[in-house]
Write a protein that binds this ligand. Structure first.
Ligand code: NIG
Ligand code: FE
Length: 402
């Protein structure tokens, strides 16, 4: 039975307000079915809730963590490239030689859907164990219709477990596939005329993404894709301003994007455009760290213009082989100087916004009962330690899953 009262907890509701972390001390939270039915001070709990009580001895409880940006499904690995980069070859150089993303494309095309599911499942377990209850997963290593659909279908099958919700995103515009190396327009036509309609028809994703970069797609190319996708009713995301300023975030904002992601080279005009459109800034400290990037995303400008900041692991075989969202909380604090509270909002409230999910990300009556009970003494401890599992209990849609 999912009807339960989590009693004597310290709630970090993460609601946006005056109280740091939206904290409610000496609290209780009542779960009915999949949803939060009541929360507040434990001595005000209405007595008609005659449910099983779980005594928590003051433990901290947060919303389930949400990773809004991953490439968790892929074939093979890129360990050789990791070694080459450590021997001085750049990420861009490797990409130009046909390695990088394209080497993962070859391995992903060669893998069956079942193999993709099995390898992704193993990675997914790491995220589940640390309290992630919703995770976004992009396609983008298929780069032809069948293989893009295969990746999205694999993401849908990972969704079957009750432990975690998988939100699939179509990333056909991740890199130019080798068979179109002399025909960029041809590939964009394929995305628009074949891939997008099929993703829609089979209901495989409701959001599309792209890589707007010198080694990805130009501003003009992305705009063609966005215009077509918008027409078909897709939501928009974009890998923008990761390695250079392509004015990608403003383009995404023009199409009402849910988020623009990476953003190290984002300008103030880009920040303003995002603010106006309500586009969330998804920062990816794992990619920043793995690529030894030195240019910081413009955190102060994002704060100044009140753009919500989310954090993702960007888990992928090349630029961010991260298996931990919790580590991103630490990295966002140490590398980007986010406060521990901002960093936690980045993997809860603002991560939900970046995925357009209104039913989670904060603890509030009526929201999905995705909770984590933590073994910590202070909320900032979640940012303080790098790694280590500090989870006591994970609750997904009301059910205890670990
Ligand atoms: O988010 N930037 C482009 N895409 C991925 C990299 C994927 C890869 O290197 O395989 C990213 O960092
Ligand atoms: Fe990415």
């Amino acid at each position: 039975m999912a009807e339960k009262i989590w009693f004597d907890v310290t709630l970090l509701t993460m609601q946006d307000g005056d109280e740091p972390y939206g904290m409610i001390k000496d609290a209780a939270i009542v779960v009915e079915g999949d949803y939060v039915a009541w929360l507040g001070p434990k001595d005000e709990i209405p007595n008609h809730y005659d449910y099983e009580m779980i005594f928590c001895d003051g433990a901290f409880v947060t919303p389930g963590l949400i990773d809004p940006h991953t490439h968790l499904i892929y074939g093979g690995n890129r360990i050789d490239e990791f070694e080459r980069r450590l021997n001085g070859v750049s990420y861009e150089q490797i990409a130009k030689e046909g390695g990088g993303i394209l080497s993962t494309v070859n391995a992903t095309r060669a893998a069956t859907e079942g193999e993709l599911i099995e390898s992704a499942k193993k990675r997914l377990e790491h995220f589940c164990a640390e309290g992630v209850t919703t995770i976004e997963i992009k396609s983008g290593y298929g780069l032809d219709t069948d293989n893009e659909l295969k990746m999205l279908s694999a993401a849908g099958k990972l969704n079957i477990s009750r432990k975690i919700d998988v939100v699939p995103t179509f990333l056909g515009a991740h890199a130019l596939p080798p068979e179109f190396s002399d025909d960029r327009e041809g590939y964009i036509d394929l995305i628009i005329n074949d891939m997008l309609p099929k993703v829609k028809q089979y209901n495989l994703a409701s959001t599309i993404d792209g890589f707007c970069e010198t080694i990805g797609f130009t501003h003009v190319e992305m705009e063609r894709i966005f215009a077509a996708a918008k027409e078909m009713g897709f939501s928009i995301k974009l890998h923008a301003e990761q390695l250079s300023d392509q004015d990608g975030a403003a383009l995404a904002a023009k199409y009402g994007a849910l988020s623009a992601d990476h953003l190290e080279y984002l300008s103030e005009d880009g920040v303003k455009a995002m603010k106006e459109a309500g586009t969330v800034a998804v920062l990816l400290p794992g990619a920043f760290y793995s690529l030894s990037e030195t240019k910081l995303p413009p955190i102060d400008l994002l704060r100044k213009h009140n753009v919500p900041i989310a954090l993702g692991s960007d888990s992928n075989p090349g630029s961010s082989p991260m298996l931990s969202l919790k580590l991103m909380i630490n990295m966002a604090a140490t590398l980007f100087k986010l406060t521990p509270e901002e960093a936690l909002a980045g993997v809860t409230r603002n991560a939900a916004k970046a995925l357009g999910l209104k039913d989670r990300g904060v603890l509030e009556v009526g929201k999905q009962a995705d909770l984590v009970v933590w073994d910590i003494d202070h909320p900032a401890e979640l940012a303080y330690h790098a790694g280590g599992v500090q989870v006591q209990t994970v609750v997904k849609s009301g059910e205890i899953v670990s």
